[in-house]
Ligand binder design. Sequence first.
Ligand SMILES: [Zn+2]
Length: 471
Amino acid sequence: MGTSSKMSLRGILYAVTFLIAVLLAIDAADNSSLATRTSEVSSPAASHELKHNVVLFVPDALRADFLSCYGYPHPTSPNFDALAQRGMLFERCYAQSSWTKPSIASLLTGLLPSVHRAVSSTHTPEQQREAVKVQVLRPQFSTLFEEFKAAGYQTATFQVNSHLQPQFGFGQGVDHYWFEHWADPAREMDAVVAWLEKAVKEPFIAYIHVRDPHPGFTPSEQVLEQVFGKADTAVPTSAAPLPGIEYMKRLYAGEVRYVDAQFGRLVEKLQQLGVADRTTFAVVSDHGESFQEHGVFGHGETLFDEVLHVPLIIRPARTTSARRVPWNVRMFDLYPSLLTLSGIEPPPNLQAESLFTKDGELAVSANRIVLSETDKKHPSGDEWLTCVIRDNAKAIYDTRADSYIIFDRRTDPKELNGRPPSAGSENSEIVKLLKRQQSLSEKLAAGFGPAEWTGMDSETREQLRSLGYLP
Ligand SMILES: [Zn+2]
């Protein structure tokens, strides 16, 4: 009783302070005085009360175009759609790499893969078999969790991908780290829910990285029926034993529906606990997935749209209105965005930029320059496929071959007619931009020192082999 009385008194004081500020029609400069006055009336417990929770939900290998709210013609994503109806859907978000480890390291540092150098790196087929050395996320980078922890938040990671284990530097700043190799998303969500019931009393950030729809497609008949109806769930027959690409895509869509249902469980739990409204939700993926658009299945070895275009839906705490944002943005922009939305100043010298102002307004009103890199084509740790996208122009550069390929996505949205650049033409400008960006990244990377390497235990090696990451 006493506690709740104090809480409501603090609530009233805060509301009155806020109302006075609004009535005075404060400008940006006066916002700082609002902050000062708020802190004057707040005890440490009250400041906790004013902090929002953050949920960062990352389905592995989720393409944007397989969600209904991104135009997929079947109902794969009722819970993600519902989130988008109360928040911001970014129509053109691109991942900073096309496979898990470097992409998530970019999300957690706001830096490109060639700068943070947390990639896998194995020089020869023999070394690949043994996976003798991989690069680690070094301690000199301040992770998203370290920033939130320093601001007084509980930090938690729930994840199932062996690449993202603490032994490779991904536990920095994480208070509660849950890992179970390739666990079913429902089992993982059980762990999340159990943790939330205890953790919900204090502000938290929870990063939840789930297995599906990563390849290894095993959706149940039930979810396939939810997406396609009964007629389309037949398995391949003896007359047609090999699943075609369209069939693979349908299995993938079933997994999207399954992971959406787990996200629904998470939202429901936060509602039951009474904190959903004061929780900022972000849904994004680490990369997309290829279904032979450019001759390959899977992800990691190319930088085409199907492996880079990922969903990004952000529902800032207490927001209820929907907005679709048409501009090109970057997945790693989430790092400064989540900090800014939580009133925390992002660290300096990031390559990522917040999508929001300090007042919570959208800070993007034009296409951002997109950069993505992968080491998977030449896994030496020093050679990259790198790409830049400016508006509709895209260039991919292979550092080993020292060759460029240019796409004009106005006339070639599927990136099927790439051409080499020609001197003096419009498309040579995109090459100049890519070179400039590379040079900036090299300077930044030099400031962080050389990459660091670690070995891998046999259990992790077998886990990665079972997922197809090692021969
Ligand atoms: Zn992944």
